[in-house]
Design a protein around this ligand. Structure first.
Ligand SMILES: Cc1cc2nc3c(=O)[nH]c(=O)nc-3n(C[C@H](O)[C@H](O)[C@H](O)COP(=O)(O)OP(=O)(O)OC[C@H]3O[C@@H](n4cnc5c(N)ncnc54)[C@H](O)[C@@H]3O)c2cc1C
Length: 287
């Protein structure tokens, strides 16, 4: 229901009555919140974001801009203690994306883009390197993103007939915990378990993905600690390691990446096979 949002949920055990911002009301068998890190469904059914969030002590900003450095498919990065700036080419658009990671503790409104842009300038205005050229494009950036790197710490992401999937339920932290993999795998399991058991499948969904959620949550603080250098030695070693990796053959690079902590968790997990539950679409033979 495009352009509308959920204002109220009432679960009576047999179904969920949903009132929308527009005033429209509907009754549903289930409500699945797939509305991301700042989930509205989570706020309504599980509690306020502040109580369910665990900040990891870092911030991330990203925006697209013209390829003023002629980077093509290449990446530039600059490290300092507590900060990392990267610029990488986006083949599909011919633009580049500028990314800023930094440690700190800020108070900010996650909906107030102007305030966040000012915060970024405050953090990086004196950084040097190519940052002044990057910040020149901040004002007009249409896809500016800024958020704290925070986890959602819910113990259960099912409450009666309301459930959460992806970042809404168990964000391991943007850009540090494999949140996309987790969201896609979890959506697959949710669909499979609902097909197998109807609404009772929500509990099975939670059980099947819990080990993956727990692993991602454990790993992301460590990954954030590695990505943003915490001391001068890490700053010195990081460019050498990145340059060595870049010189390796692509197949070897892929192998090394697949051994990273998050990749290992997902590749060592066997997911249930729900293919027996597939129903043919009308008029289509079962493959
Ligand atoms: C800069 C950046 C880099 C990242 N890099 C990686 C990476 O390399 N690898 C990785 O695995 N993960 C990465 N992540 C994390 C990844 O993007 C998320 O974990 C993933 O997108 C979660 O998917 P989701 O569907 O749960 O939530 P989202 O992708 O956030 O989707 C939620 C959707 O809900 C919509 N929505 C929100 N509120 C409402 C509402 N009230 N009503 C209706 N719709 C609503 C939003 O508009 C959005 O479309 C990165 C994140 C960021 C920010």
């Amino acid at each position: 229901m495009f352009g509308d949002s959920i204002a109220d949920l009432h679960d009576d055990g047999e179904g969920v009555d949903v009132t929308f911002d527009s005033g429209m009301r509907h009754r549903f068998d289930l409500v699945i919140g797939a509305d991301g890190l700042h989930s509205n469904v989570r706020r309504l059914a599980f509690g306020s974001e502040e109580e369910l969030q665990r900040p990891l002590g870092g911030y991330l900003a990203v925006f697209s801009m013209p390829d003023v450095f002629g980077l093509g498919n290449h990446t530039l990065a600059h490290f300092s203690v507590g900060k990392l700036v990267g610029v990488y080419g986006v083949r599909q658009t011919g633009q580049v994306r500028a990314g800023f990671l930094f440690r700190g503790e800020l108070t900010y409104d996650h909906r107030d883009k102007d305030q966040q842009k000012a915060q970024l300038v405050k953090e990086f205005g004196d950084y040097g390197w190519k940052v002044p050229q990057l910040l020149e494009h901040l004002e007009n950036a249409e896809d500016f993103y800024f958020d704290s790197i925070a986890q959602i710490t819910l113990d259960s992401w099912v409450a009666g007939r309301v459930a959460l999937v992806g970042d809404a339920g168990y964000s391991p932290g943007p850009a540090v915990g494999g949140g996309t993999s987790l969201a896609v795998v979890a959506a697959y399991v949710l669909a499979g378990e609902l097909a197998a058991a109807g609404p009772a499948g929500l509990r099975n969904y939670e059980q099947v993905i819990r080990p993956l959620v727990d692993s991602s949550r454990r790993l992301s603080p460590k990954i954030m600690g590695t990505v943003i250098p915490s001391n001068a030695l890490a700053v010195r070693l990081r460019p050498g390691a990145a340059a060595t990796l870049a010189k390796l053959p692509t197949s070897l690079q892929r192998l090394i990446w697949s051994q990273n902590a998050v990749g290992k968790v997902f590749s060592s997990t066997t997911l249930p096979d729900y293919s027996d539950l597939l129903k043919p679409e009308r008029g289509q033979p079962v493959p």
